[in-house]
Design a protein around this ligand. Structure first.
Ligand code: SF4
Length: 907
């Protein structure tokens, strides 16, 4: 349709409001309560306009356009009304702009200038109703009601975008105020401290506790989880003073979680950063300069060339550093003994999805999740581990998407689910096979997809003939009726997607779990089209990239097998050296090889196996046996304390690089501040070592040069360059310069030799360690929204520690009563491998017969308990579950644990 605004004819779409059309055309209409992400509510009434033929002054944010209307935004009548409204708003607003930290950065100030209001003739009544009340209960931000204009953007963003509803307009009439729900302090609500409200606040009502206006902003990517949120880091004289979401970034559209928004400056500029190399001399680690450290490691490493050497990289390393790490292991050290933490999270996805679909990666894009008609979230606590994806799932549910949660724990998403299947830990294959069985028996299938695009259906169908729902019910603990319901909901609401994470993979049968998920997607034809697919949610920011870069014992970059002669010759010719054809050891087998005396030197870049590996006691034994342990990190860690050499790495904020997120999006981040102390990028350290060892091919001056070399050897990254990444990244495969990237995999065919996806015939295998008389309880492990991985970064952030600074063990009330453990008391948790102590939280969130711990806290090293039993194919340990015993402890157990860890220098 066509309308006229201020004399200009403009095309508009049906459903758009006058305000939206005007703003898109660059025509200014003042508004304090308008936000493109929120439903308009006309709270501020400033956006009045005149429409020819109407006597009133409609609110442009609430008035949809219609064909042929003529709008005037700036008539004398409109200006006069706006002036009166601003005077009223101002009368209730603290009138001392010069003293306000947001002076000259305030939308109200801007509007006052625009409409010509300098003072107000009115005495605000609201001011009298709640004169100075502030809410400073959140560790990161405060609510100062003296500056509130009741635009309600904070309340609406919390409800409509974040899906939390922690804020409300409390009270009536003149005493109406923004507060935590039910009039509570924000701290006492479900607030997730995401800070979305701060970003929307037009005045200084909601502000970070320390607020500095940045002198410049640097476009970057969050260094925490695999969502890969785009953000702008605010800088003031080489200090990080704030972070805001990048609305143009397709992964997050401006949304951030608490870690991304508030969890960066404190760790990057922490006083505990490693700022110089350290070497062990006479048993003590002492600070040395780079020359001494690099000369030492170069000469020592020369003694351990070949398979006596291994390198553990990290899912936190940027692509460039990951590429250099594997090149260093292969070219300089002559071994394929290189692996990283994907072994502990998504190796079953690599094995399982590669086998049945042709690639181990997530098939679709994050943005598509919201448009799915049905979502299965299985083995993923998405709102805590991938919060910005979690908010998309919640938003999808509000729009009518059916959500099926499959999880033994009661997680946040259960509140939004159409169906929650509370299965017994480790029973996923039986449960998912039960769902598949119902689909087949009831004909809830996409026959055309199965026929044209898959193979092995008949064998799969045959394998389920003898499998009945009673068996599925017995094994999983989920009623047959609910299994039927799940099958019908999923099959009848297409497109549908499946999200999963480590609740699926960290099992001794993790690969089979992944195959079972793929079977469901194939049965219903939910692959290769928008809003369908399988999202194997990556935990760490660049775990996808580290796999892509070849930090794997059997693949060069781009999943090119080390055993393939043609591929090997390509790399030999590019790198100018002969390379080993023997696949290396996976991370989980390296520690055993160390104890066997096969590996003598270990180089760990950015990982902390002393907290992240299962059965830490065994890991410690192995690390202590090494001739040479080099640890490169940004902080001292539980692992670096055992090292012979510790090297200080620069953070993402101190250099350029790229990360690849969970949807295969390669994203560029730029240097924002100078490196702390003498820290250096990981790639620089490895290159300098290689040069000192006399090896050519490491003379890079810039991260982009490394990227270009990698892209030239890696077909799926072949068309990617820094220039092309500047805007919003590219999703691989992107094989040529003119290729636009691939948001959806397998639109035409699967990446297998016959182009078809393959059904898997599966058999249920129980977890390796079932509860018994001695260890009657199942321990489930997971993560918290407020901490990250082994806590090396997040535990440096004061506010995050205030929100969750200690471990608690979650116990079901009936188990707690039986054991005589009350909420807040100390519990001892013992497995066949060790014991930890933690304060108890008695909650029905935990299934009866199970307890839950995270692995973020060095003083409660959960992985001292976990089972190192491996999935035979992916070599992932069964970190998710093991059998434990619980007993009542006392305060001395907690104190002993903290004392033993001597955490001062770590946290
Ligand atoms: Fe960072 Fe993940 Fe939070 Fe996004 S969702 S801000 S990537 S931690």
């Amino acid at each position: 349709m066509r309308l006229t605004i201020d004399g200009t004819e403009i095309d508009a779409k049906e459903g758009e409001t006058i305000l939206e059309v005007a703003r898109n055309e660059g025509i200014y209409i003042p508004a304090l309560c308008y936000d493109p992400d929120l439903k308009p509510n006309g709270a501020c009434r400033l956006c009045v306009v005149e429409v020819e033929g109407r006597d009133d002054l409609p609110l442009s944010c609430m008035t949809p356009v219609s064909d042929g209307i003529v709008v005037h935004t700036n008539t004398e009548k409109v200006k006069e009304v706006r002036r009166r409204i601003v005077e009223v708003i101002r009368s209730d607003h603290e009138d001392n702009c010069k003293l306000c930290v947001k002076n000259e950065h305030c939308e109200l100030q801007e509007i006052c200038r625009e409409v010509g209001v300098e003072t107000t003739p009115y005495e605000g009544i609201k001011k009298l109703a709640y004169p100075t009340e502030q809410d400073e209960s959140n560790p990161f931000f405060k609510l100062d009601r003296r500056r509130c204009v009741l635009c309600t953007k904070c309340v609406r963003v919390c409800e409509e975008v974040q899906g939390v509803g922690a804020l409300e307009l409390n009270g009536y009439g003149f005493s109406t105020k923004v507060s935590g729900i039910g009039g509570r302090l924000i701290r006492d609500t479900a607030c997730e401290s995401c800070g979305q409200c701060l970003e929307r606040c037009p005045t200084a009502c909601l502000l970070p506790k320390i607020f500095v206006v940045p002198s410049q902003e640097v476009k970057t990517i969050c260094p925490y989880c695999g969502v890969g949120c785009g953000m702008y880091m605010g800088i003031y004289y080489d200090r990080i003073v704030g972070v805001r979401g990048n609305r143009e970034n397709p992964a997050n559209r401006g949304n951030l979680c608490v870690k991304g928004r508030f969890g960066i400056a404190d760790f990057v500029t922490s006083l505990s950063r490693l700022d110089s190399p350290w070497m062990r001399k006479n048993g003590e680690l002492v600070s040395v300069n780079w020359e001494e450290a690099l000369d030492f490691i170069a000469s020592k490493l020369s003694e351990y060339r070949g398979d006596q050497f291994a390198l553990i990289a990290s899912g936190k390393l940027p692509n460039e550093d990951s590429y250099i790490a594997q090149k260093f292991a292969r070219k300089v050290m002559g071994t394929n003994n290189i692996d990283h933490c994907a072994r502990l999270c998504h190796s079953p996805s690599m094995v399982g999805l590669s086998e049945v679909l042709g690639s181990g990666a997530t098939t679709n894009s994050i943005s598509e999740i919201e448009e799915a008609k049905c979502i299965i979230a299985v083995g993923t606590n998405t709102t805590e581990t991938h919060p910005v994806i979690g908010l998309r799932v919640r938003r999808a549910c509000r729009k009518g998407t059916k959500l099926i949660v499959i999880n033994p724990r009661e997680i946040n998403l259960c509140q939004h689910a159409s169906l929650w299947l509370r299965n017994k830990p480790g029973s996923d294959v039986a449960l998912l096979s039960g769902i598949a069985k119902v689909m087949i028996d009831e004909g809830l299938l996409d026959y055309s997809f199965i026929e044209k695009r898959t193979e092995g259906f008949e064998a799969f169908k045959e394998s389920l003939k003898e499998f009945d729902l009673h068996t599925a019910e017995q094994i999983s603990g989920v009623s047959a009726a609910d299994i039927v319901k799940a099958a019908r909901i999923f099959a009848e609401n297409s497109p549908a997607c499946i999200l999963y994470a480590m609740g699926i993979t960290q099992h001794s049968h993790g690969t089979d779990n992944v195959r079972a998920i793929a079977n469901l997607a194939m049965l219903t034809g939910n692959l290769g089209k928008p809003s369908s697919g399988i999202h194997a949610l990556r935990g760490q920011n660049n775990v996808q990239g580290a796999c892509d870069m070849g930090c794997l014992p059997n693949f060069y970059p781009g999943y090119q097998p080390v055993t393939d002669l043609e591929v090997r010759e390509k790399f030999e010719s590019a790198w100018g050296s002969s390379l080993s054809a023997k696949p290396g050891l996976p991370l989980t087998e390296m520690f055993h090889a160390i104890l066997e005396g096969e590996i003598k030197a270990l180089y760990i870049v950015g990982e902390n196996p002393m907290l992240s590996e299962p059965d830490i006691t065994h890991v410690e034994e192995a690390l202590r046996q090494l001739d040479l342990l080099i640890v490169q990190d940004i902080f001292s860690t539980e692992t670096s304390r055992l090292a012979h050499v510790v090297l200080p790495a620069a953070t993402f904020a101190e250099r350029d690089g790229t990360f690849t997120n969970t949807e295969r999006r390669i994203q560029l981040f730029r240097k924002a501040i100078e490196p702390i102390g003498s820290s250096q990028p990981d790639w620089w350290i490895l290159c300098e070592t290689a040069k000192r060892m006399g090896v050519k091919g490491f003379g890079f001056a810039l991260a982009s040069e490394i990227f270009d070399e990698m892209a030239g050897l890696t077909p799926i990254y072949g068309g990617v360059s820094y220039d092309r990444l500047e805007e919003s990244g590219l999703q691989w495969p992107c094989p040529s310069q003119d290729h636009p990237g691939t948001p959806i995999l397998y639109a035409q065919q699967f990446n297998r030799s016959n182009g078809k996806a393959k059904f898997s015939v599966l058999q249920y295998h129980p977890p390796k360690e079932a509860p018994d008389e001695e260890y009657p309880i199942v321990l489930i492990t997971g993560r918290s929204l407020y901490q990250y991985h082994t806590g090396t970064m997040t535990r440096k952030v004061k506010g995050l520690n205030e929100l969750k600074g200690t471990e608690v063990v979650e116990i079901h009330p009936e188990d707690a009563t039986l054991l005589g453990i009350f909420d807040g008391e100390v519990a001892l948790i013992t497995s066949r491998r060790g014991q930890v102590a933690a304060r108890a939280r008695v909650t029905e969130s935990s299934l009866k017969g199970t307890v839950f711990l995270t692995f973020h806290f060095g003083e409660v090293p959960t992985n001292r308990l976990t089972n190192p039993a491996l999935d035979p194919e992916a070599k992932i340990p069964e970190l998710k579950i093991c059998a434990v015993r619980l007993e009542k402890g006392d305060e001395s157990n907690l104190q002993a644990a903290v004392g033993e860890q001597d955490l001062d220098d770590l946290y």
